[in-house]
Design a protein around this ligand. Structure first.
Ligand SMILES: *Cc1c(COP(=O)(O)O)cnc(C)c1O
Length: 238
């Protein structure tokens, strides 16, 4: 069972890398310009570490509890561990110092807590601001028109570095519609980059998942977050 799974992961890993290269080339970039992060929720650490052994450089968890339960077993020598899910302020303390970057910051309160815990642990934590580009009621993220304001308010907090934007567009079958959302976030990313704010380096534009990472790269993403296309369908019953 496990051997078959690992063979599939290797096959998928190579395929995704090829598609990333192809999309990158279409927009005048190369494979190295795009960061491939594996979304590892529900995936066994043994399988994650196998992907890391193939060359995977970024992994992202989206639940604090799950990250902590796997933490001691990840092979992080050559791989960056990031947090990509919704984060409550009262759980920040548990992951600061363990993750290199938190992709899902959408409030001053959350940024302030990440700063405070990073000062306590004497580390620097990179953060991305999550944009709710579809203006969805029940979704995390800051509204597009409030993104600049949020960044401006948090950029001088100690021990955090605003490093870019992240988005999860609304679920849609229409790839044209999804591409338009990606395009809007890309424009926001460029607008904010152009302001050249002190203490802000707009390095990372994290968008695109299994079903749409190719389109996201065409629309300017330089980090994609891929789960099921790499590891297979998630088993939430475990
Ligand atoms: C699970 C997850 C992904 C990857 O989803 P897939 O559709 O399986 O590729 C990307 N981003 C976030 C924030 C996730 O939670």
């Amino acid at each position: 069972m496990m051997e078959k799974l690992l063979r599939d992961v290797e096959y998928n890993y190579n395929l995704i890398n090829e598609r990333i290269s192809e999309a990158a080339q279409k927009v005048g970039k190369s494979r190295e310009d795009i960061k491939f992060l594996a979304a590892t929720k529900t995936v066994d650490v043994q399988v994650i570490n196998y992907a890391v052994s193939l060359g995977l450089e970024y992994i992202g968890e989206n639940k604090v509890q799950e990250l902590l339960s796997k933490y001691d077993d990840y092979n992080l020598d050559k791989c960056s561990l990031q947090f990509i899910g919704h984060l409550q302020s009262n759980k920040v303390k548990q992951i600061v110092g363990k993750v290199d970057l938190i992709q899902s910051v959408d409030s001053v309160k959350l940024a302030k807590e990440i700063s405070k815990q990073s000062i306590n642990k004497n580390v620097n934590t990179k953060i991305l601001v999550e944009v709710n580009i579809g203006r969805e009621e029940n979704k995390s993220g800051v509204l597009p028109e409030s993104t600049y304001e949020l960044i401006d308010e948090i950029k001088d907090f100690d021990n955090i570095s605003v490093s870019g934007l992240m988005t999860i567009p609304p679920i849609s079958e229409n790839s044209q519609e999804i591409s338009e959302y990606f395009n809007k976030v890309n424009k926001l990313f460029i607008d904010i980059s152009d302001k050249k704010l002190d203490n802000v380096s707009m390095d990372i534009l994290s968008m695109g998942m299994s079903s749409d990472y190719y389109e996201a790269i065409l629309m300017g993403a330089n980090m994609v977050r891929v789960g099921s296309s790499l590891f297979g369908a998630r088993d939430y019953t475990k």
